[in-house]
Ligand binder design. Structure first.
Ligand code: ZN
Ligand code: ZN
Length: 364
């Protein structure tokens, strides 16, 4: 079960941060504005278990909390076994992180920090390693790796893809993210019919064949022989997808491209900064109308969407899926106006919620 926590909603001067717990000790942070560390503490979410942080861009409301999260990710007693922490962010972030480490390096920290600068236009990821050891750190340049299909993180069952968005400022490259978890559903009836007993090969060979898109797999039959199985008959993938789109000023083409990027998302966290009636709309953000248009066209009518449960403090306990959480609302705009403008576009397809700090959504 995936659990997504909106640590902070990015609205009305607050800061953005989303935590995803995949239930297998892998924890992901998307942005880390000022209060991220304290909100995690308050909610009982371990900072030590965060191993990957994805930053949309360098603005303070999205990354100023990095230092505290970084220190919180380390256990100082584990001197011989440093924690590995990976950061994925747009070009230019490495320099900022180095300055942060130089300027605020006062706690015993034992972390191997990998800063991955994602350049989608060059289709590559430039990695720098910081070996952080007790008030010292060493900077090591690593090899630049090519990126395929916008995939920036892939541990086989979980994939994170990035997408370039325009924050309308050439000095501030900005990324949107999609997080997908692929779980294997096994068709034991087909497998036993072919004379193959269940065994370790299912979680290794079959899973690999399925993820690699192989057609045939030779599996061990009960009598010691091998039998060919059609991989797509033997198992299928059940994908849960969460998208996070914020801080952009999209044109019509951008909206179309983002809908494709977020297509089939069970849950979309999306900026809805102002309404079209706002007196002086921002040139760097997105209206509720824009957000709803992207979300509406991301709907996949063929998908078996996940059920979503939400903390009772924020909504009724179960909500319809797929769901969109609107966030990063301007302080100058009434949230009911944001809701109504988006609702006029979305109507039936998506459940829509205005994000609140601490909101937890479980995808079942
Ligand atoms: Zn920004
Ligand atoms: Zn922002």
């Amino acid at each position: 079960m995936l659990k997504a926590t909106l640590l902070n909603d990015g609205s009305k001067g607050r800061h953005s941060a989303i935590h995803i717990d995949s239930g297998d000790n892998r924890n992901f942070l998307f942005d880390c504005g000022d209060t991220t560390y304290w909100k995690m503490k308050e909610m009982g979410i371990s900072t030590y278990h965060v191993d990957s942080i994805f930053l949309t861009h360098k603005h303070g409301d999205h990354m100023r909390g990095f230092n505290q999260v970084f220190v919180g990710a380390s256990i100082p007693t584990q001197v011989d076994n440093p924690k590995i922490l990976s950061l994925y962010a747009p070009p230019g972030t490495d320099e900022l992180i180095e300055h942060k480490l130089e300027g605020d390096y006062f706690i015993r920290t034992f972390i191997d920090l990998f800063v991955n600068e994602v350049s989608l236009s060059d289709k590559e990821c430039k990695t720098t390693k910081y070996e952080c050891r007790d008030k010292e750190f060493e900077r090591i340049e690593c090899e630049t790796k090519p990126l395929k299909d916008n995939t920036i993180y892939n541990d086989k069952t979980k994939i994170v893809k990035a997408f370039d968005v325009s924050h309308n400022d050439p000095d501030v490259p900005c990324l949107a993210f999609s997080f997908s978890e692929n779980k294997m559903k096994v068709n034991m009836r087909y497998i036993t019919k072919r004379g193959v007993p269940a065994g370790k090969w299912i979680s290794t060979d079959l899973q690999n064949a399925l993820l690699n898109g192989d057609e045939i797999l030779y599996a061990p039959r009960g009598d010691g022989g091998l039998v060919g199985l059609e991989v797509r008959q033997a198992a299928s993938l059940d994908t849960t997808k969460i998208s996070y789109i914020t801080d952009l000023h999209p044109n019509e083409q951008d909206k179309e491209d983002l809908s494709k990027f977020a297509f089939g998302s069970d849950l979309i966290f999306c900026e809805a900064n102002y309404t079209r009636r706002t007196e002086r709309p921002s040139e760097h953000h997105m209206s509720a109308f824009d957000a709803a248009t992207i979300i509406l066209n991301a709907f996949d009518s063929n998908k078996n969407y996940k059920r979503i449960e939400i903390d009772k403090r924020f909504s009724r306990s179960k909500i319809k899926s797929p769901a969109a959480v609107l966030m990063h609302l301007s302080e100058k705009v009434d949230e009911n106006d944001i809701y109504n403008e988006a609702d006029d576009v979305l109507k039936e397809e998506y459940e829509m919620i205005i994000g609140k700090p601490g909101m937890q959504l479980s995808l079942i």
